[in-house]
Design a protein around this ligand. Structure first.
Ligand SMILES: C[S@@+](CC[C@H](N)C(=O)[O-])C[C@H]1O[C@@H](n2cnc3c(N)ncnc32)[C@H](O)[C@@H]1O
Length: 282
């Protein structure tokens, strides 16, 4: 039984980190005229209503996107992400938030494609309505790992995969690295972006070690954001692993993360670290 619903968490500080990294990747892909394909294996609802009972119950977005959505001084990529948030809302009222499918959709040109996977019946229905009549978007209701096995390599060989599980089922930490290894054996040049939470149980550590051994020609990057005083229980950090990041992406995500750590928490700022788990091969 799937119980996780992203509506409780949409726009929180982890989403801000994840979605600004996604925005940077999308902006890199848009720099060339060649078509690209985005695969989003755990897509969520597409767009979130921040006035809905789920969002109001936790108000997590108040400690995330609500603090920064009107800022006009963000570095390139993050400014594009904030523009997408502003485009969904009136000037002074934050009531809707774009999930990863909405950000990816906003980046598509006529020749680009977006392939979404989502298993939860309600989220899948919401996505289906949202994506109806778009010929550039395909939607699958299937398990995220099966999605990766079935849909990689995509028909357009330039692009990226977002892997953003709920980690509700604890073996996801173990099943993801071999699934990505299988995907890379079929699509070596793809960019793979994996989000993970830093929780007190520390289950992410072994997953990161396994991901660091993937055979990535352009290297493997880790970026992690945490609040100035992480809670003893609950989410202590939000991380992204980027396999085969584009050229100069390490500098871009460092600048974005430093800006976010200050913009969200002020003084003292949060911490943002970027490190190569595997250097690009010569
Ligand atoms: C963290 S949320 C995704 C958020 C979305 N990627 C975004 O950034 O806006 C994880 C999603 O995975 C879905 N999910 C849970 N288990 C799944 C599975 N085994 N396969 C595919 N989707 C699953 C949940 O319903 C949830 O919508």
């Amino acid at each position: 039984m799937l119980s996780y619903r992203h509506g409780f968490h949409a726009g929180n500080w982890a989403d801000v980190q994840k979605h600004s990294a996604l925005a940077l990747l999308l902006n890199h892909l848009r720099r060339k005229d060649k078509p690209f394909c985005i695969l989003d294996a755990f897509a969520g609802d597409g767009v979130y209503d921040l006035a809905a009972p789920e969002a109001r119950k936790t108000s997590e977005f108040q400690e995330g996107i609500a603090k920064i959505w009107q800022r006009r001084d963000a570095p390139a990529g993050t400014d594009w992400y904030l523009d997408r948030v502003r485009a969904l809302n009136s000037e002074d009222m934050l009531s809707r938030y774009p999930g990863s499918p909405a950000l990816a959709r906003a980046a598509l040109r006529v020749t680009d494609r977006l392939i979404l996977g989502e298993l939860h019946p309600a989220s899948h229905q919401t996505l289906k309505r949202w994506a109806a009549r778009s010929r550039r978007i395909a939607l699958h209701r299937r398990d995220g790992i099966e999605f990766l096995d079935a849909l990689i390599p995509p028909p357009i060989r330039r692009g990226m995969v977002l892997v953003d599980p709920a980690y509700e089922v604890k073996d996801e930490y173990e099943t993801l690295p071999p699934a990505l290894a299988r995907a890379m054996s079929k699509w070596r040049e793809g960019i793979y972006a994996v989000w993970y939470p830093v929780l007190p149980a520390g289950r992410h550590a072994a997953m990161i070690e396994a991901l660091a051994r993937l055979p990535a020609q352009a290297g493997i990057l880790r970026a992690e954001l945490s609040p100035p005083s992480p809670p003893a229980a609950g989410m202590q950090g939000s991380g992204m692993i980027i396999v085969n990041p584009p050229w100069r992406f390490a500098e871009d995500i460092a600048a974005a993360g430093d800006w976010i750590a200050r913009a969200l928490w002020g003084d003292p700022p949060g911490r943002h670290n970027v490190q190569w788990l595997a250097e690009p091969r010569a």
